[in-house]
Design a protein around this ligand. Structure first.
Ligand code: AHM
Ligand code: MG
Length: 348
C-alpha cells in the first residue's frame, strides 16, 4: 500500500482499546466519551458554519457571571445536555452557563457518571473568527441515592475519571485522557470522524511560551511581576527569554502550550484575588490533562488537583504548563507574597 503511512485509528477504536486495558470495565465510560465526541462534531459543524448562516451575535440573555451569551454558547450548551440527558450514563450535569445543577429529567434513568462542562469557552472570540473550545470533566457519582447532588460535582480534581477538551481552530481537535496518557484526534469533516493524530502527548521541555493577559499587569502582585521578569530573562542577558503568546481563549492557549511547551497563567491580582477562571469547569480538567502529559497546574499555593471545591462557580488563580515553569511561579509567590498566599489559602 502506498500513500497512507500511519494506521488510521478512529476515536471510537481508541477509546475501546483503552477500555480493553481495564479488566471488568463495563463500557459505560466508553459510551459516554463517544457521546461527547458526537456532541463535539455537532458543535464543530455549527462553529464552522457560523458566519454563513449568520448565527453570529449576542442573544439578549446574560449568563450567571453577567457576561453576554453568544448564540453558539446556547447551542453548544443544549447539544451537550440533550446528548447526555437520556442515556442512563450520567446522574447529573453542571454547565458553566447555568447557575444550578442540571438534573436528568424524571422520565429518564440517572446513571453513574457526573458530567461537568464549559460548552463554549472563549466565546468572545467567535465574532472575530479566533478559535474557541469546549471543556469536559467526568467524575464518578459518590452520593447515595439515584440522583446526583452538588457533592458529586464538588470533588477534587485528583478524583476525575476523565477529562477532555475540543478546540475549534483551523481544524477541530479533541484531546482526552482517562488517566492513561493524553491523546489528540483531528476531525476529518468530510467523513465526520476524529482520527488519532497526536498519540501520547507530552509537554515538550523546555517550554517556549508564556501566556497571560499582560493588560492586567498593573493589578498583578509584585510576586507575579518578578515572575514575568524572570520569564522574559530581563535580568539575565545570557538566558533566552520565553516568547509571549496569548489568544484570550483558554482552550487554544492551553492547547498551544501543551504541544509546544510553556506556561499559561491567570493569577489572582489586587482586584480579583481569586483570579477569573473557574475551578470545576476549566482549571480541574485542564490540570488533569496537563499532569497526564507530564506537566503541572497550581493555584500558586499548591496543586490544583488537591483543592476541595466549595461552590459550583468558584474561581481560582490558575498556572498550568511545564512543571518547572509552574513551580517557578509558586516559588516567586512564596518568596514575595507570603501574606497574600496565607490569606488566599484561608479563604479558598
Ligand atoms: P469565558 O468562560 O467567559 O469564555 O471566559 C474565559 C476566558 C478564557 O477562555 C480565557 O483564558 C480568559 O477568559 C480570557 O480572559 P481575559 O480577556 O481577561 O484575558
Ligand atoms: Mg469558560
Amino acid at each position: 500500500m502506498t500513500g497512507i503511512s500511519q494506521p488510521l485509528i478512529t476515536i471510537e477504536r481508541h477509546i475501546l482499546n483503552q477500555q480493553e486495558q481495564y479488566p471488568g470495565a463495563t463500557g459505560r465510560l466508553t459510551n459516554l466519551l463517544y457521546d461527547l465526541a458526537l456532541a463535539a462534531k455537532l458543535i464543530a459543524r455549527e462553529t464552522t458554519r457560523a458566519g454563513i448562516v449568520s448565527i453570529l451575535g449576542a442573544t439578549s440573555g446574560e449568563n450567571v457571571h453577567g457576561e453576554v451569551q453568544q448564540k453558539l454558547d446556547v447551542y453548544a450548551d443544549q447539544v451537550i445536555f440533550r446528548m447526555n440527558d437520556h442515556t442512563g450514563r450520567v446522574c447529573v450535569m453542571a454547565s458553566e452557563e447555568h447557575d444550578e445543577l442540571l438534573q436528568i429529567p424524571d422520565r429518564f434513568k440517572p446513571g453513574y457518571y457526573v458530567l461537568i462542562y464549559d460548552p463554549l469557552d472563549g466565546s468572545s472570540n467567535i465574532d472575530v473568527n479566533a478559535s474557541i473550545g469546549t471543556i469536559f470533566a467526568i467524575h464518578r457519582k459518590i452520593s447515595p441515592g439515584p440522583r446526583g447532588t452538588e457533592s458529586d460535582v464538588l470533588q477534587p480534581g485528583h478524583k476525575l475519571v476523565a477529562a477532555a477538551y475540543v478546540v475549534y481552530g483551523s481544524s477541530t481537535m479533541l484531546v482526552y485522557s482517562t488517566g492513561r496518557g493524553v491523546h489528540g484526534f483531528t476531525l476529518d469533516p468530510s467523513v465526520g470522524e476524529f482520527f488519532l493524530s497526536h498519540p501520547d502527548i507530552t509537554i515538550p521541555s523546555p517550554g517556549r511560551y508564556y501566556s497571560a493577559n499582560q493588560g492586567h499587569q498593573r493589578d498583578w502582585l509584585p510576586g507575579i511581576q518578578h515572575y514575568v521578569r524572570w520569564l522574559q530573562a530581563l535580568d539575565e542577558p545570557d538566558r533566552e527569554p520565553l516568547a509571549q503568546r496569548y489568544i484570550g481563549s483558554l482552550v487554544s492557549d492551553f492547547h498551544r502550550n501543551l504541544l509546544r511547551g510553556g506556561v499559561f497563567f491567570y493569577p489572582g491580582d489586587t482586584r480579583r484575588p481569586q483570579g477569573k477562571l473557574r475551578l470545576t469547569y476549566e482549571a480541574q480538567p485542564l490540570a488533569f490533562i496537563a499532569e497526564q502529559a507530564g506537566g503541572y497546574a497550581s493555584d500558586g499555593a499548591g496543586n490544583i488537583l488537591d483543592i476541595q471545591p466549595h461552590s459550583l462557580h468558584q474561581r481560582v488563580p490558575f498556572f498550568v504548563g511545564n512543571r518547572e515553569l509552574v513551580e517557578k511561579a509558586e516559588r516567586f509567590l512564596q518568596q514575595h507574597e507570603a501574606q497574600y498566599l496565607a490569606e488566599y489559602v484561608r479563604t479558598r
